[in-house]
Design a protein around this ligand. Structure first.
Ligand code: ZN
Length: 402
């Protein structure tokens, strides 16, 4: 890797607009708000120093350069030079020589000529050009340059080179994500797409914190889980068809819920032409009811990314769905999902306060009531199908949902 420093007049950037790739794969999306853009231009007009830009020489996709650091600054600059926004109405006058110039609410074109010439045309920006760098060197440089500003985990993952990064990036651009409630601010779509992928890889049963998402990116750096990717694409296609428009009923947790439910249903049912519309109507009306339910609300809000919350939400949805569409019910689910207090007292006595797996004694509140045959496989919530398991053994018993 070689670097050289240059001073570029600001207008060079306008000339080079088509030559510089502002969105190479490791870059963050544009996140600057209007006042941040205005502040940058205001600084330039007052001859205040602004940080260097890092460009990489490249010959890909028809670009000569790609931006490594300074994406937001460069976009703000381009947009201003193309008259896409104006300066703040509160911008103070700028002093050139002994004369004050009013710049408030000016676009580039509207700036007084003296200001344009003295402060824009004559301004040069320090640019560092990177040559002959490998992908790893660039990723490393990107990390270092961003050391000062805390990157969101999803942004760091997006800068990791590898197969999974590429796949998640594509999946997060699927049309389905234009229907969800949340925007792609700081890679929120990539975040949720990665969570769906991790769940897909684990048959729907997994915690999905950032730590495990990063591990998944690392595990699949050199290979792709092709079946899971293909499957996830199919589910997103179905969901895209179900939701013709953007909806308020798809926040992050709801998107995960609906993904799991659809993954489950479509694996065991052939979807008819009328399915999509019926499903949407069912989801809209039943979700409004579920959101009134204390238990559902709890799993939506507390530890929402834990395996338990995700599974419980999925089970609640699945039961509701099967109740509304009995012909789609591939399993006979017990309407009662969890053991009640009386059943727990009975199980505890019957199993003699002992974990049925490791045979250790457990305290009265230190165990889980476990379904021998999983509820999701049609296991009943009764004493014949119940047993005492210590917390450790219960967490080890990891049932895939499909
Ligand atoms: Zn045990």
């Amino acid at each position: 890797m070689e670097t050289k420093s240059e001073h570029w007049p600001l207008l060079t950037f306008k000339e080079y607009e088509k030559d510089i790739n502002p969105n190479p794969t490791y870059q963050r999306s544009a996140v600057w708000k209007p006042d941040q853009k205005q502040l940058l231009i205001d600084s330039i007009l007052r001859k205040i120093d602004i940080p260097k830009l890092y460009l990489r020489e490249t010959n890909t996709n028809g670009f000569t350069y790609e931006i490594i650091d300074g994406q937001q600054r460069m976009r703000a600059l381009w947009e201003f030079l193309l008259n896409k926004y104006s300066l703040s109405e509160e911008a103070e006058h700028v002093l050139v020589g002994d004369k004050l110039f009013d710049i408030a609410e000016c676009t580039y074109e509207q700036l007084p000529s003296k200001i344009k010439v003295e402060r824009i045309h004559k301004y040069t920006l320090d640019v560092v050009i990177i040559q002959q760098a490998t992908e790893d060197e660039i990723a490393d440089l990107f990390y270092r340059l961003n050391n000062g500003t805390p990157l969101k985990p999803a942004e760091v993952r997006n800068a990791m080179p590898g197969e999974m990064t590429e796949n998640i990036r594509l999946l997060a651009r699927h049309k389905f994500f234009s229907k969800v409630t949340f925007g792609n601010f700081r890679y929120a779509h990539d975040q949720v797409a990665a969570q769906m992928m991790l769940l897909e890889l684990n048959g729907g049963s997994s915690d999905i914190p950032d730590r495990l998402l990063s591990k998944m990116y690392a595990d699949y750096q050199k290979k792709s889980p092709k079946t899971s990717i293909e499957r996830m694409k199919q589910i997103l296609d179905i969901l895209d068809k179900v939701f013709p428009d953007k909806t308020r009923l798809l926040n992050r947790a709801q998107s995960i819920n609906i993904y799991l439910l659809m993954s489950f249903i479509s694996a065991s049912n052939k979807l008819t032409k009328t399915f999509y519309d019926e499903f949407l109507k069912w989801y809209q009306s039943s979700e409004a009811k579920r959101l009134q339910d204390t238990e559902y609300k709890l799993f939506m809000s507390s530890a929402a990314n834990s395996r338990r919350s995700i599974e419980e939400r999925f089970k609640i949805l699945l039961l509701d769905y099967f109740n509304s569409f009995p012909s789609m019910a591939t399993i006979q689910l017990d309407p009662r999902r969890i053991f009640d207090n009386n059943q727990k007292i009975q199980l505890y006595e019957r199993d003699k306060h002992t974990c049925q797996s490791c045979k250790k004694q457990v305290g009265e509140f230190d165990w889980h009531a476990d379904h021998v045959v999983a509820w999701i496989r049609g296991g009943k919530t009764n004493s014949q199908n119940g047993q005492v398991l210590c917390v450790k053994c219960n967490l080890k018993k990891k049932d895939r949902l499909w």
